[in-house]
Design a protein around this ligand. Structure first.
Ligand code: HEC
Length: 77
């Protein structure tokens, strides 16, 4: 797989986990049955992308700052 394809896959999989968390982590989760069956998007609206919807925008900024101190590469969500 090309690096760009790997990144696209990771982003798609991350989005899937945020939108359909309980399919993977929950009482009947395929990866783990230790959590409560809620989906991240129940609280982080539109998968954490909606303004004033408990979004993840601050997280992407923090990650960018953190990574930029460790290397020359710029990372972002
Ligand atoms: C029951 C509601 C609820 C669910 C479900 C939930 N969260 Fe949250 N999450 C919150 C709230 C409320 C906050 C803000 C807490 C604070 O600011 O003290 C938060 C904060 C966060 C933050 C920090 C955001 C920031 O700006 O610093 C991250 C990252 C996060 N949640 C990820 C997740 C992920 C990933 C999932 C799913 C596995 C998830 N949350 C599921 C309610 C929820």
């Amino acid at each position: 797989m090309h690096e760009a394809d790997i990144k696209n896959y990771d982003v798609s999989y991350g989005k899937e986990l945020i939108l359909n968390t309980s399919k993977y982590f929950g009482p009947k989760g395929s990866i783990s049955q230790n959590s409560n069956g809620m989906n991240c998007t129940n609280c982080h609206l539109d998968g954490g992308s909606r303004d004033f919807g408990n979004n993840f925008k601050a997280v992407s900024l923090s990650l960018l700052l953190l990574k930029s101190t460790n290397s020359n590469r710029i990372y972002s969500l």
